[in-house]
Design a protein around this ligand. Structure first.
Ligand code: FRU
Length: 445
């Protein structure tokens, strides 16, 4: 290499190291005041108490389709593929399932399904070899075909269960294989940690005993061709010591008084940029950047954030709970969202004015969770609990536990508004591209 070309390479590297500058956008108390439960355009369909279960042997919850780095759902050799957080059913009697379901996070592992038609699914079992486990449990993430390869797959996930309470985004890689009978994976024998909560950009365990730091969702930014990841985080700072001021309140009505409990809501939608050679499959070094959206004073959890890129707009979706709203703010369990006209760094405004995109109906407040909106607007979620008709939704005596996927629904994304328009089969997946037809790099240099 001559001197001139090595200098150009150095300059390019320097340009890449300069991180974009932006301010975090806010989900304000005034936005959340606009949340309306049971609006038909932003409410999940009522789910039949007699819903079908995908398996008698495992219970599953957070799930995702095999996708590419541009957020498109892909098939592999004609097969549809899904990953799921799973636990094996130990005892199939109803009473026991209650304990098994509600303690599932402490036994979670990642498994996978495959299907010829995107409707009938076969359970493929565990994805990782036990040597890949850095900590006892595997939590949410994403299963992504590696750009420029025939069949290399990266599972970005959350490694959890350390005695110190830390959860760490990590990646484990392998290969996907298929024949006319089904799909299987090889490799997945070692994990690499991506980054940790630093207490500066995002809260860590010493600031907030309830801090969240998980659910990596990497993507190539259409704006600069670089690899970033979204994740769930919290605003840095000591829990309970935040001041909820006018920026966090937004345009509240006259006389609005912030409740003392509001300051316990400190959710943040996190982002980091990969600064190791990811084009060669090295995901070991990332730089944490300021949150894209914070919910200080409103809600303590914005989980599983992910993007849809459509019509030149950037849609940022995240899931949240009724129980994690703080102060006087309230809303249903479901998927919330924000939109930016200027690319991934915002500024963002809440979809539908309030942020609510799809909430559970008040007759079934815990029917579904962990919604994932794909690039075509199809939304998957899992069934949590469904009460018998007219019965108490909170009582295990009268609800049926899910542990399986809900009906897939479809959203129309129309500028800064969203509409529920279609209800499909339970667990139905629609693909957008066939791998490896789409394996070409789509990277601007
Ligand atoms: C969302 C979630 C994720 C986490 C997983 C654990 O449903 O809380 O944030 O990774 O579930 O089960």
């Amino acid at each position: 290499m001559n001197a001139i070309s090595s200098r150009i390479l150095e300059q390019n590297a320097a340009v890449r190291r300069v991180l974009p500058k932006y301010r975090s956008s806010r989900w304000t108390i005034a936005d959340a005041l606009k949340v309306r439960t049971d609006d038909p355009t932003t409410t999940m369909p009522v789910i039949d108490y007699n819903f079908p279960a995908m398996s008698n042997d495992v219970m599953i919850w957070d799930s995702g389709t095999l996708r590419d780095m541009h957020m498109r759902t892909v098939t592999y050799k004609g097969w549809f593929v899904l990953w799921s957080l799973a636990v094996d059913k130990i005892d199939k009697t109803n009473a026991k399932i209650y304990d098994e379901w509600h303690s599932r996070n402490d036994r979670a592992y990642i498994g996978y399904w495959y299907s010829a038609d995107g409707v009938e699914w076969t359970w493929g079992g565990r994805l990782f070899q036990t040597s890949a486990d850095l900590r006892p449990w595997e939590w949410s993430g994403s299963l992504v075909m590696r750009e420029g390869t025939e069949n290399t797959v990266d599972m970005f996930y959350t490694s959890v269960g350390a005695p110190d309470g830390n959860s760490v985004p990590a990646v484990c890689s392998g290969t996907i294989h298929a024949d006319e009978k089904g799909v299987w994976f090889e490799g997945f024998s070692a994990s690499t940690e991506m980054f940790k909560a630093d207490g500066v950009h995002y809260a860590n365990a010493s600031e907030d005993a309830y801090f969240d730091f998980r659910d990596p969702q990497p993507f190539i930014n259409p704006g600069d061709g670089e690899l970033y990841t979204l994740f769930e985080g919290n605003v840095p700072g000591m829990r309970g010591q935040f001041v909820v001021g006018s920026d966090e309140m937004g345009h509240v009505p006259p006389g609005y008084v912030v409740d003392a409990g509001a300051k316990y809501g400190a959710a943040a939608i996190g982002i980091a940029r990969c600064v190791s050679n990811w084009r060669k499959g090295n995901y070991s070094r990332w730089e944490l950047m300021p949150a894209l959206v914070t919910a200080l004073g409103v809600n303590d959890q914005t989980e599983r954030p992910h993007f849809v890129f459509k019509d030149g707009l950037t849609y940022l979706f995240t899931i949240s709970h009724h129980s994690t709203y703080t102060g006087k703010s309230t809303g249903p369990d479901g998927v919330y969202g924000f939109v930016s006209e200027k690319g991934i760094f915002g500024p963002y405004k809440p979809l539908n004015s309030s942020g609510l995109v799809l909430g559970n109906p008040s007759s079934q407040p815990y029917s579904t969770y962990s919604h994932f909106v794909d690039a075509q607007g199809y939304v998957q979620s899992f069934i949590d609990t469904i009460p018998a008709a007219g019965q108490d939704a909170e009582s295990p005596e009268t609800y049926r536990i899910g542990g399986t996927l809900a009906p897939t629904v479809r959203l129309v994304l129309d500028g800064d508004r969203t509409f529920l328009t279609e209800v499909h089969d339970y667990a139905q997946v629609f693909a957008q591209a066939a791998w490896p037809a789409s394996l070409a790099y789509d990277v601007r240099t």
